[in-house]
Design a binder for this molecule. Structure first.
Ligand code: PFF
Length: 518
């Protein structure tokens, strides 16, 4: 017996939910670091080209495919792909990537999200205040992550309780469902994110040069550090790949979560304007707020030399080492520090629930089980799978998960769904489907873009990226000798998860076939 599928409460609700998925740690940590280290202002050229040729078309494609699939009671890619190309028996297995990818990202994303909750608490209680140098703050972070033996903390892994709280908060939200959980959360969290972000932006934009001996460490030069264009960077394929990768990651496209969210729309709901509104909200937050907080603040307090060094050592160090130091030098530092980590936590949780939802929808739709059972199954399995990310953080496990889940799957899945939509489903049908119930017409030249340019661009990225980063990564060229067994084990683990999901698809389909016969 078919259950009634859930639906969104309001149109603003789904826009907020998609924007909530898009606005995350990527906007406030990943974007500024990517821009500053890939040509500054010049980065915005490939960034905006990727936005218009990849990001926006993919957003429309995924909203449309999701709504289409929802009409057939399918909220995830295996079912949606199968409905689009019924004659092909294998296409549903390609759809497995659309559940696998979000699931893998969820495993490490939820852990990193829990650090932001912990640091809000540390800011409030003055726990990190005694660390006044970069080295001390760095070792505070490592101690917190369980990577340092002589840590500030007396328990072996201080991060763990915060992980538990974050994990159960995520489960609680998805337990209450689309309307009662995710939509409600986003309606509350999104305005708070904007308020926190705007307050922090104003604080940074009104900072003077704190060190009279270094008057050039000021706001204008800080903004210039991020935005002054270095056009020679455009000659490097790496910069183009970084820009396209950032667009995918920040918009949450190419992975399957938007498909699932859009599957809870009704047939007559608009997707063109709603999709565009979600993109616009994300871009405003990323470029304006994301670009005005962390880099200018770090420049003003630490100068250009140190930012480069810290940014190279990873996005997290700027967020969890440099920012706390800055707040401790500021008047009202406790308040601003708390605001910063709370902002990251809210941005994180509205993204991580979207990463969990495809697996839940898959279990509900294809195995006909209740949401509560689906959440319980997902909770138990994902909880177990989070453990290697937590305990082997220092062994390259998270990087490996990010590479396969957060980079490789994105480009691959985006290429498959685009080809399927415009070439198998057919461009004319696709165009009609996109415009069904639309409040706005897409300019016709986008028909050309979606049909030819987007797939071509995707193939180019896939090829270049595979050549430049894929091959060395597969051969573990950048992994320390000692970490290789862990990375290899992670790969075996990932392969097993993928196979398990593929077998589940097979079982679900053969059960359906049998049921149809009887
Ligand atoms: N868009 C999120 C961010 O910018 O942090 C991350 C993310 C969420 C990526 C959901 C992919 C996804 F499916």
């Amino acid at each position: 017996m078919a259950r009634k599928r859930q639906t969104w409460g309001t149109r603003l609700g789904i826009i907020m939910a998609v924007a909530g998925s898009a606005i995350g740690l990527g906007n406030f940590l990943r974007f500024p670091v990517q821009a500053a280290s890939n040509g500054g202002g010049a980065f915005m050229i490939p960034y905006f080209i990727s936005l218009f040729l990849l990001g926006i078309p993919l957003m429309w494609i995924e909203w449309t495919l999701g709504r289409f699939g929802g009409g057939f009671e399918h909220g995830t890619a295996p079912g949606i792909f199968h409905t689009m190309w019924q004659k092909n028996r294998f296409i549903k297995y390609f759809g497995v990537i659309g559940i696998f990818g979000p699931f893998i990202i969820f495993i490490y994303y939820s852990y990193i999200e829990s650090w932001t909750l912990a640091y809000s608490f540390f800011a409030l209680t003055g726990k990190y205040a005694p660390a006044t140098t970069e080295g001390a703050m760095q070792s505070f972070l490592r101690g917190f992550q369980g990577l340092e033996s002589n840590s500030f903390f007396s328990v072996p892994l201080p991060a763990y309780p915060f992980f538990l709280i974050t994990f159960f908060a995520n489960m609680a939200v998805i337990y209450y469902g689309i309307r009662g959980g995710i939509e409600k959360l986003c309606k509350i969290a999104m305005p708070l994110i904007f308020i926190c972000g705007i307050i922090l932006m104003i604080r940074v934009l009104t900072l003077g040069a704190p060190d009279p001996a270094k008057p050039s460490w000021n706001l204008i030069n800080g903004l210039g550090f991020l935005w002054n264009p270095d056009f020679s960077a455009l000659k490097s394929a790496k910069v183009w790949l970084a820009a396209a990768g950032q667009i995918f990651f920040t918009l949450s496209v190419g992975i399957g979560v938007i498909l699932t969210y859009a599957s809870y729309l009704s047939k007559g709901d608009d997707v063109v304007l709603s999709g565009l509104s979600a993109v616009g909200t994300n871009e405003m937050t990323e470029v304006v707020l994301g670009g005005s907080i962390i880099i200018p603040a770090a420049f003003i307090f630490f100068g250009p030399g140190q930012i480069e060094a810290v940014a190279k050592s990873g996005a997290f160090n700027l967020g969890f080492v440099t920012m706390p130091l800055i707040f401790s030098k500021m008047i009202w530092g406790v308040f601003f520090g708390c605001l910063w980590f709370l902002l990251l936590f809210l941005a994180g949780i509205t993204s991580s629930v979207s990463l969990a939802q495809p697996t839940i929808a898959f279990l509900e739709d294809e195995f006909d089980i209740t949401r509560k059972r689906a959440v319980t199954i997902f909770g138990i399995i994902s909880f177990m799978l989070c453990q290697p990310a937590i305990f082997f953080l220092g062994k390259g496990v998270v990087n490996e998960l990010d590479f396969w889940g957060g980079t490789f799957c994105l480009v691959l899945f985006a290429t498959i769904e685009t080809i399927l939509f415009v070439w198998v489903f057919g461009m004319e049908k696709a165009w009609k489907e996109i415009h069904h119930g639309a409040d706005m017409e897409i300019p016709v030249f986008y028909k050309f873009v979606i049909k030819y340019i987007t797939p071509l661009f995707l193939f180019l990225i896939l090829g270049f990226w595979f050549y430049q980063e894929g091959v060395p990564t597969i051969l573990m060229k950048n992994v320390a000798e000692a970490d290789r067994p862990f990375v290899l084990a992670t790969r075996v683990f990932l392969l097993m998860i993928f196979m398990a999901l593929a077998v589940m698809v097979k079982i679900a389909w053969s059960r359906k076939r049998k049921r149809r016969k009887t």
